[in-house]
Design a protein around this ligand. Structure first.
Ligand SMILES: Cc1cc2nc3c(=O)[nH]c(=O)nc-3n(C[C@H](O)[C@H](O)[C@H](O)COP(=O)(O)OP(=O)(O)OC[C@H]3O[C@@H](n4cnc5c(N)ncnc54)[C@H](O)[C@@H]3O)c2cc1C
Length: 135
């Protein structure tokens, strides 16, 4: 693994700034990456598939691990909601039973207890996501 800078983001705005350096690398795989659980990211870094100059930890952002009503009849899932909490959430089970069921089929409880929901929406994305909305 190559040397990289570690940054604990304290807000979404700060995370976005940390993910957009003044002089971005030409290859997106060399640019700063956000980290939720880090299971996928650190594995791909060890294999040099991605070589971020900076890893931005999103788990230090308060409130990003919450599932809330979006006021339009749907739900807003924070980017660091872990898969276990997503699959066990009463409103997710009631409104989106297929999603709750699908989440419980991913990997193992150990992986689901660490892995964030962002993975459900995108794998190896190039832009940071704050939340996913389901309606
Ligand atoms: C042993 C093992 C078995 C697995 N089995 C399955 C399986 O059977 N089925 C399945 O579907 N998945 C499986 N997975 C994948 C697992 O579900 C994901 O790794 C996990 O949910 C995502 O969490 P993570 O800790 O890997 O995320 P991270 O490593 O933190 O992030 C994954 C990627 O998303 C990016 N990212 C993180 N947060 C954001 C954000 N907010 N916005 C944009 N990009 C972001 C990161 O930069 C990275 O590229 C498995 C993983 C492991 C390690």
């Amino acid at each position: 693994m190559i040397a990289f800078e570690w940054a604990n983001a304290s807000s979404v705005d700060e995370a976005v700034k940390l993910l957009k350096p003044a002089n971005p690398a030409a290859d997106p795989d060399d640019q700063p990456h956000p980290m939720g659980g880090g299971q996928d990211l650190l594995t791909t870094m060890k294999e040099y598939l991605v070589r971020p100059s900076r890893v931005v930890n999103l788990k230090t952002i308060k409130g990003l691990d919450e599932i809330k009503a979006d006021g339009k009849g749907g739900l807003k899932l924070g980017a660091t909601v872990i898969l276990t909490d997503l699959g066990d959430h009463a409103d997710v089970k009631a409104k989106y039973p297929g999603l709750a069921e699908a989440v419980h089929s991913i990997a193992t409880p150990q992986i689901r207890n660490v892995g964030p929901d962002q993975y459900v929406a995108c794998h190896f994305p190039l832009t940071p996501g704050e939340a996913i909305e389901f309606r």
